[in-house]
Design a protein around this ligand. Structure first.
Ligand SMILES: NC(=O)c1ccc[n+]([C@@H]2O[C@H](COP(=O)([O-])OP(=O)(O)OC[C@H]3O[C@@H](n4cnc5c(N)ncnc54)[C@H](O)[C@@H]3O)[C@@H](O)[C@H]2O)c1
Ligand SMILES: O=P(O)(O)OC[C@H](O)CO
Length: 349
């Protein structure tokens, strides 16, 4: 029997809603905040969020509000389930209502292109120490659409404070939603963010009509460049073999649920970026993260050919087919040497 908690879920999009369902199933009270009054009224009157998760009925424990003050009043945990881009806009609006140190959980997957910060670093900057106990990230292979159907799902939580991470593990874990812990905060956040880039590429490859060989190449060599950058930033290379590395790459590169894959697929079929983003209506984190990762690869002197190819397609109007041709025409590489170099890289903990 779980001890019942009260949780503020900041963000009533797909992921905030699906995670609210998990917490509601566990008997916790969730006050889910969103700006859209119609959307919130629907959650309260029909127990549904049809814009983001059509046909799903939410537990009665999930209550919607458009008031940030009401959402965070006397809660045990505050969860940020908004796009990376919205963090610096929403957090300052929350601050006046955080009256004592809280555990802040974030479930987003991105890197800020302007500062090259991970999300926990943005939160550290935006929330004064007096208002936070710890920052915990929840990440891993998990599409909202399947979580809300209560299909088996596994995720990982990480934090600088692993006692707090274990509390978050207890908060979420149930027989459909298995939560692991991993102390490698950098690796968990970097894996979750960078896999979005590779998923956009996988969508482009499918849009161009390529097959499973190309997908397998993108997943495997994409993982190598994620690990190459991640380890240079201080991550443990083993994290990339786990749920927030290869696990999340598999789910995002192979699923029609993926917003990143879908955006890439439209690009591969010839649509232009602005048109694709307008059509999506949901966050595609891989686009801004490509900008960030491209800069990080230069900052750390790490070779990231797939990320670079996507950067050229997205921001320098390179033709997608020509980008694939240049990737395939690169100089020869010894795969084993590359993998050994990743393992021997800058892991410092
Ligand atoms: N959808 C998933 O399956 C899933 C799974 C794991 C992680 N994530 C991550 O969770 C984060 C949120 O993704 P999502 O899929 O829920 O996105 P979404 O587009 O479905 O919903 C985003 C929500 O944030 C709100 N929002 C956006 N900008 C805002 C702003 N400036 N101020 C206030 N509210 C704002 C939107 O109104 C919407 O309610 C992303 O970082 C994503 O990578 C998503
Ligand atoms: O739908 P996507 O591409 O944003 O991916 C969602 C999750 O990150 C999958 O784990």
């Amino acid at each position: 029997m779980k001890i019942q908690k009260t949780v503020a879920m900041i963000g009533a999009g797909s992921w905030g809603t699906a995670l609210s369902l998990v917490l509601g199933d566990n008997g916790h009270t969730v006050r889910i905040w969103g700006k859209d009054e119609k959307n919130i009224a629907e959650i309260n009157n029909l127990h549904q969020n049809n814009k983001y998760l059509p046909g799903i009925t939410l537990p009665k424990e999930v209550v919607g509000t458009t008031s940030l003050e009401e959402s965070v009043r006397n809660v045990d945990f505050i969860i940020l389930a908004i796009p990376t881009k919205a963090m610096r806009e929403v957090i300052p609006q929350l601050l006046p209502y955080i009256n004592e140190p809280k555990t802040i959980i974030h479930v987003s997957k991105g890197i800020e292109p302007e500062t090259l910060m991970r999300i926990s670093e943005i939160i550290e900057e935006e929330i004064p120490e007096s208002k936070r106990k710890s920052i915990v990230v929840l990440s891993g292979p998990s599409h909202a659409e399947e979580v809300s159907l209560r299909h088996p799902t596994t995720v990982t939580v990480s934090s600088k404070n692993m006692t707090e991470a274990e509390l978050v593990q207890d908060l979420f874990i149930n027989h459909n939603f298995r939560v692991y812990t991993n102390p490698d905060l950098i690796g968990v956040e970097i894996g979750g963010a960078l896999k979005n880039i590779i998923a956009v590429c996988a969508g482009i490859a499918d849009g161009l009509g390529f097959g499973d060989n190309a997908k397998a190449a993108l997943i495997t060599r994409g993982l190598a460049e994620m690990a190459r950058l991640g380890t240079r930033m201080g991550a443990n290379p083993l994290t990339f073999a786990g749920l927030t590395g290869i696990g999340d790459l598999i789910v995002t590169c192979t699923s029609v649920h993926s917003r990143n894959w879908r955006a890439g697929n439209m690009l591969g079929k010839g649509q232009v970026l602005d048109e694709v983003l307008a059509q999506m209506g949901m966050v595609v984190e891989g686009i801004r993260t490509t900008k960030a990762a491209h800069q990080l690869s230069e900052k750390y002197g790490v070779t990231m050919p797939i990320t670079n190819a996507l950067f050229q397609i997205l921001f320098n109007d390179q033709d997608a087919k020509a980008a694939v041709e240049s990737l395939m025409a690169r100089g020869k590489t010894n795969e084993m040497e590359d993998l050994i170099n990743i393992l021997a890289s800058q892991y410092i903990e």
